[in-house]
Ligand binder design. Sequence first.
Ligand code: SF4
Ligand code: SF4
Length: 446
Amino acid sequence: MPKGLFRGGIHPPENKERTATLRTVVAQRPSKVAVLLHQGSNCPLTPTVAKGDHVRMGQKVADTEEKWGVPAHSPVSGKIDSIGLVRTASGAQDQAIFIVPDEEDVLDESCVPVDNVFSRPPEELIAMIREAGIVGMGGAEFPTHIKLSLPPKVEVDTLLLNGAECEPYLTADHRLMVERPRDIIRGAQILMRAIGVMRTRIGIEDNKPDAIHAMRDAAVSAAGIEVVPVKTRYPQGSEKHLIKSVLGREVPPGCLPFSVGVVVSNVGTAAAVADRFDRGLPLIERIVTVTGSAVASPANLIAKIGTPASELIEACGGFVGEPGKIIFGGPMMGMAVPSADVPTGRGTSGILVMSREESAVFEEMPCIKCGQCVDACPMRLEPAFLHQWSEAGLWDEAEAYHAMDCIECGVCTYVCPSRRNLVQAIKRAKFEISARRRAARERGGK
Ligand code: SF4
Ligand code: SF4
């Protein structure tokens, strides 16, 4: 296997050219933001404010005592309009705090930079990262403080920053690396202190030479930090594949990156950490790539988290023609949202609007046993069989064929000439297997 690569995967059209060279622009003040009370970690938050309260930008408005949860902060200064239901990206209704901004953008007094960062104990840094509401900004929204709190006796030697951004269309991380490389390096240094390692590698796909150059320049005097260009191949940004490409280490099935001595974090997460320590800011805004053939003027916007997608699309000139599908994230792993009113979240790296023609639904044809899905699967699974077991509700068979190792990258569906909905069927199998495992645990079984 050549260096910087892994087995399988695909190289779909990149479609990044419309936004890759555009500087980020601060989005206009939203008319209203929705702070979700049920976030990526799945821990419901309890509001610490009430209807009618005035809040300041960066003020904590909801929290939880659950270990996995992180608090939420107001992205704006303004007034709590209501606390009620909102339709989220998944299509479900969830509780949210609705805040109407004022014109002032007053920062809360709790938002102060941290001094003597490198003489503070790692546990204190990790607690501050949690308190700032920082989660993985690559899309999954995994709580960063959990990732950094390694189990006893686990030893890691490397922080791996993920700057691959392998999803077509998306250029949010690309622009971040070009425009704020020093903040990413600073965030990496704080993360290194938090997990006790002396070495960071930053994996960036080789279709972003300007980002590689900017990051190398910023890292030149940073001890232990090196940029490693990797081949442009989807899903290079998957944790396990980036570890293989950059470090040559294989994460065994069912194991996490720390099992091979690595903690992986997105470049956006590193910048958010720097923002917390150097500017005092919790995670209240992020770069969102608004793009697709049905958007008039695609752009990378610095947007308040909780802004309705419709307002960001409007800031990009609105729709061109009739939109077919609005996706949060990229076309491979993103989620089609039920309406343009859905608020963005901490993991919303892109809003992709496809035309009606591009969104056509194809009829599934019978499997012709061509094996293309098996050849392309980067996890070496057998997607055709997994689809078969899932359709038949044979969850034991799906588990035996390692359904739980599927990273839901969508490669099998992309290559299938019979247009079979392989990844959807495998997601269903994973859901059922997880439910069965949970039920067994609750019964006191295995
Ligand atoms: S089976 Fe899962 S991991 Fe393999 S290609 Fe399909 S979606 Fe990706
Ligand atoms: S790629 Fe499609 S048609 Fe070919 S083996 Fe896989 S499921 Fe069957």
